[in-house]
Design a protein around this ligand. Structure first.
Ligand code: CIR
Length: 259
């Protein structure tokens, strides 16, 4: 099952976390609060049964707490990415070492490809690959080829014209091997046709970025319609305050690499 994990790689925000990139105007994040929210997030992963690999903070890369963007991990295919933002390129070095230490053999996305893990959504044996302002067509094609070799299928979703989302997973999230949350601007995309879709209430788009971890679903605090929908569907939710990460364009999934 694609959502059954035993471990996760995490990295706390550094004190200059607010120097990272953001496209939203929600104010400057408070470091102490972000650090605390990250600690609560880690506790939630442990409650889901995961053992955590803690990487040290990385002040040279203020966005490095968003570890998900640096690798794509799955049962039969692991890939070190080549982040689309120049300021994040150096994050790969510590992730390469962390994967080696965890005995994960990873392929790598190479130039001229770029790819952020936040653009990759696994649903059973299928992967949706977001083509975004971070992940280019070449990076998407490289990943698709590696996935095919590993007996996965994949399809691309070009999100460059979709307003308000940085990465594909800012707008969709797999809840199990078949069911997927999607914001309204993505539900009509041909590759999502016929899928078991959970819709997001207007104004709650940020809540689309949920994370299924074993028997639980992590969901951001402050989105009552999404919470009700998922509870009705029978999911066991863990609600997490994400305000400081939201200010930096980050969602729940990007704070960990689960495997
Ligand atoms: C960035 O712009 O790269 C970070 N401030 C946010 C990255 C969020 N990552 C994700 O959604 N996968």
């Amino acid at each position: 099952m694609s959502f059954h994990f035993t471990r996760a790689i995490v990295r706390p925000p550094s004190s200059n976390f607010a120097d990272g990139m953001t496209s939203v105007s929600l104010g400057v994040p408070d470091f102490a609060r972000a650090f605390d929210q990250h600690a609560r997030y880690c506790e939630a992963l442990e409650r889901c049964g995961l053992t955590l690999v803690h990487l040290p903070e990385d002040p040279a890369h203020p966005d490095a707490t968003f570890v998900e963007d640096t690798a794509v991990l799955s049962a039969r295919c692991n890939v070190l990415t080549r982040p689309g933002a120049a300021s994040r390129a150096g994050e790969i070095e510590t992730m390469r070492a962390a994967l080696a230490a965890a005995v994960i053999n990873a392929n790598e996305i190479i130039e001229p490809g770029s790819l952020d893990g936040g653009d990759i959504c696994e649903l059973g044996d299928h992967f949706f690959i977001g083509v975004s302002h971070r992940t280019n067509w070449d990076g998407a094609a490289q990943l698709a080829a590696l996935l095919t070799k590993a007996r996965y299928t994949s399809s691309c979703i070009d999100i460059r014209a979709v307003p308000g989302i940085l990465h594909l997973k800012s707008g969709i999230a797999a809840l199990d091997d078949e069911r997927i949350i999607a914001i309204d601007s993505l539900t009509d995309h041909p590759v999502l046709k016929g899928r078991d879709l959970v819709r997001v209430a207007p104004g709650e788009e940020y809540a689309a970025n949920c994370v299924r971890v074993n028997d639980h679903v992590l969901i951001a605090a402050g989105f009552p319609a999404m919470q009700r929908t998922l509870e009705k569907l029978g999911y066991d939710l863990i609600v997490i305050e994400m305000s400081e990460f939201q200010k930096m364009d980050g969602g729940l999934s990007c704070l960990s690499l689960r495997f």
